[in-house]
Design a protein around this ligand. Sequence first.
Ligand code: 8YV
Length: 318
Amino acid sequence: MTLPTLIQLSPFSDDLEAALAARGCVVRWFEMTDVGQARWLADHAGEATAIITNGHVGAPRDLIEALPSLRLIAVNGVGYDQIDIAHADRCGVAVTNTPDVLTDDVADLAVGLVIGLIRQLPRADSFVRSGAWAEGNMLLARKVTGRRFGIVGLGRIGAAIADRLRAFGPVAYSGRAPKPVDYHFHDSPRALAAACDVLIVATAATPETRHLIDADVLAALGPDGVLVNVARGSVVDQDALVAAIERGTIAGAALDVFADEPDVPRALIDSDRTLLTPHIASATVETRRAMAALLLDNLDAGLAGRPLLTPVGIDRPG
Ligand code: 8YV
């Protein structure tokens, strides 16, 4: 039996790479030059049946079009904003992602960012390490318990964040429509921002949610409010955020995602109002293992012509 040809668009853990190599002939696309890719396509374009990728890289339209036997794009992540799902569907290509298995980790990180930012944990850590403690005490931080939390997008991840944060204070949310939950609904991020102290972005990145958090929303959040983003950089107007941080029109921001990763604006790095992490929300040993297992189950199903476990529907939000 000939092994399927799999196009790998990003590096993965050793275990996942070994599992892919056991299933097919893997083409390490991300390590090839443009010329090498063009040459490969000229000779082998018809051989590739699946693309394996991550959430940041997705799959470019022209690559999908260049592979006539392509049937599946398996994403190692819940977000698939870098793939044109409708286009893939028109090309007869199914897309799978890895929902649910990473929900707890993303929600845990959101809570960590909230506490880390408001209680100034990075600064406290440096205070001890630098020896500054010997000279006196650190300035007081602010209290977390009792803050009003606003979650933009009460999907699987937003709901898990809400479940955790309700232990700290009242939770409200915004989204496309109210849900049968006992959190207060606001019909716009602006109204939500005006009614909360901590605005947490947990919505999927789509053309509709691009720059959903703009200068207006940040102004509504106000000088005592903080922003936390564990979704995608594109959901926040990053220039507006930089301006709000620089001018102090919001109190701070804790960010795991950025507009142009891994580039982070100097103003966010230099500010003592920010807490920054390098897109690590799902980056734990346990969760990356579970994501890899789900990706492989989808790949096996797709290659065998069986129903996919977690297909991304054209209208299905992530
Ligand atoms: C991963 C993510 O960082 O699930 C997502 O959408 O952004 C993350 O879990 C990414 O897909 C790397 O594999």
